[in-house]
Design a protein around this ligand. Sequence first.
Ligand SMILES: [Fe+2]
Ligand SMILES: [Fe+2]
Length: 480
Amino acid sequence: MTSQAVDYNALIPNNVGLADDPKLQRALERWHPGYIDWWMSMGPDGFQTAEVYLRTAISVERGGWAKFDYVKMPEYRWGILLAPPEEDRTIPCGEHVGEPAWQEVPGPYRAMLRRLIVIQGDTEPASVEQQRYLGSVSPSLYDMRNLFQVNVEEGRHLWAMVYLLQKYFGRDGREEAHELLARQSGSEEKPRMLGAFNEETPDWLSFFMFTYFTDRDGKMQLEALAQSGFDPLSRTCRFMLAEEAHHMFVGYTGVRRVVQATCEAMAAAGIDDPYDVEAVRKLGVIDLPAIQRKTNLHYSLTLDLFGSEESTNAANFFNAGIKGRYHEDQLDDDHRLVDDTYPVMKLVDGLLRPVEVPALNGLNARLRDDFMDDCQGGVTRWNRVIAGAGIDFEIRLSHVAFNRAIGEFADISVTPEGEVVEADEWERRRDDWLPTADDKTYIEGLMQPEFRPGEFASWIAPPSKGIQNMPPEFLYVRLP
Ligand SMILES: [Fe+2]
Ligand SMILES: [Fe+2]
């Protein structure tokens, strides 16, 4: 079998020649029941026997890689799929730049590589756990299907990381694969590794914000790992990116549809003051200031995922050639950065301003800056919906230093506009900036199931088109 053809008939669909590697196959088959147990107990609650119109990856070629059909989620074909190899690929950065990419784990970097794979792997099941109760309050069958699509693909991403651990890291890889099923989002004893993945996703607006912002952190990390000199990791991440794009589409269009429902309801009721919250909420839609507060929360939580602005770990990963920059292979420099600097925002004499630091140490900040740019596009398009309705309101991304728990700004109090203030002033104004108890009660009250095909909850507009050219009223989920 060539490495590109997908063996779709195997218990574990794959294009990595699993049938020719009995040891690995046995390891994965031993891991499989634990995965299914995890999926049944921590995956979508109450919908395991529903038939969901899902896409399943059956090829890794560009275009036409997926087929769509009704699938019960526990029967989804979680496969191990790597993007096709690039001929004569070389290590794109660091001390080994230009040398042939590694097909086996480079000994000196084994521990670092394993750590990167485990951290990435840990986020995949975490988000499934965070979202497991949302199905029962879906605003439509269309949205329910999108939620479950995201969930099964995060499950597949876990498989992708577990494959790397078991194939390339022997016994400790198998132990890590086991631990990935043992940690749990929000658990006291065994939490997931990163903060944002232990937060709740209590309602659908949070889900859309999560898929817009936090899945986009996932995209940035995958982009950086797709630049790895360890070729199996690069190929794995390149294929995951194809799926990740849909998750961000779900988030972007989800928030846009929420904004649209609000604006349309306000127009129909003749309300043009977005701050007349009482009047707006009477319409059964989410007021724009509350949407702004949710934006602030999810954006700032996600910024923390990039870690400390200055990091010797990040420098080591890059130097070793196991993690690159965003679009490393398209950047026009020496890809070593030994003598370069990079401007990192810092607090200097009470003011926030960029300070040049050694570029190697500033790589987390750089990836975060690329993320911030990437976030702006969708926000600009959300604002077009608001402007189009003639409402004077603009959703903004908060300042990078606002509400941060990790790095340079963890110990200071900064407003969304970037003004440094005293801690007690910040606390006093917190409810202007972050979701309030009142927002929570109101939004959770809106979360009522709407399971009739083609119907949508009051607070979200129908999509402009359905999945795979199906209309919005298509039966996206056959409930049991
Ligand atoms: Fe993922
Ligand atoms: Fe994702």
